[in-house]
Write a protein that binds this ligand. Structure first.
Ligand code: OOG
Ligand code: MG
Length: 260
């Protein structure tokens, strides 16, 4: 696919995001779009946002749990980027910032040293990790009905849109991250639950996978970035008035209210 088409698709998705408007998925018109092309469209979007003065908080993994893969009908992990203007500080979030947002519970990592793939293991990630913290990611596909194929969602920066971080941080050796239980509730009713192991066996394995995927592009994970490892639970659609609460064993809880 040529540069002009890549640029055009990047602008199409950026425009959808900026105008909070759902749009037909790009594989309708480009059925042969490859995963490689899709990451190039994503790079266009990232590049534009950096040009606009936004800063990268960190990369994220997506579609790393069976719950998420089944829900979205896409079976391969992907990555995207979270920007500083996506960080919600609570206690409310406003639907006006989104198209059709969903929430999912995740474990986030902050590294104390850079990690450069290939060949990175979960054990190497754990020894390079400064701390972990809980997060609620707010995903908001730019595509109609939140439906897409693998290349579509990659091009769309993995539906990245918002995130609420918890305030408890722990060193990874203070927790058993694979056994760490999480419940996700709306208005006091548990809607989904899971454990860290839902994420490719161990959340640190997701970070290792990310390091190895980035290495194909000559990129590395950097100390200080906040890295999302992917939804443990399925994602829940948000409606006005919802009080969303996630409880993480050993990592406290995160709560926000959905306003118009
Ligand atoms: C794609 C983003 C997936 C996760 O944690 O699995 C993701 C989507 O489901 O829209 O962020
Ligand atoms: Mg996510």
């Amino acid at each position: 696919m040529d540069r002009d088409e890549i640029r055009k698709l990047g602008l199409y998705l950026l425009d959808a995001q900026e105008n909070r408007r759902e749009v037909p998925k790009i594989t309708n018109d480009y059925p042969d779009l490859t995963v490689g092309d899709a990451y190039e469209v994503q790079e266009q979007i990232v590049h534009r946002k950096l040009e606009q003065g936004l800063r990268i908080v960190g990369p994220k993994m997506g579609l790393t749990s069976q719950a998420k893969m089944k829900q979205m009908g896409v079976n391969d992990p992907i990555y995207g980027y979270i920007f500083d203007n996506m960080v919600e500080s609570g206690p409310d979030i406003s639907l006006s910032r989104y198209i059709h947002p969903k929430v999912e519970a995740e474990i986030a990592f902050v590294l104390g040293e850079d990690i450069q793939g290939p060949g990175i293991t979960a054990a190497q990630v754990l020894s390079a990790t400064r701390y972990v913290l809980p997060a609620l990611e707010i995903i908001d596909s730019r595509y109609e009905n939140f439906q897409f194929t693998l290349p579509d969602v990659i091009a769309d920066n993995a539906s990245s849109s918002g995130v609420v971080f918890g305030s408890v941080i722990k060193r990874p050796d203070e927790l058993e991250l694979d056994l760490l239980g999480v419940t996700l509730s709306i208005n006091g009713v548990i809607k989904d639950l899971g454990a860290g192991a839902a994420v490719v066996g161990h959340p640190a394995a997701s970070v290792a996978m990310l390091a190895n995927m980035l290495a194909r592009k000559g990129l590395k994970l950097r100390a200080g970035e906040v890295i999302l490892t992917g939804g443990i639970t399925g994602a829940l659609l948000l409606s006005e008035g919802d009080v969303v609460t996630a409880r993480f064993d050993g990592l406290g809880s995160i709560e926000f209210t959905v306003k118009a």
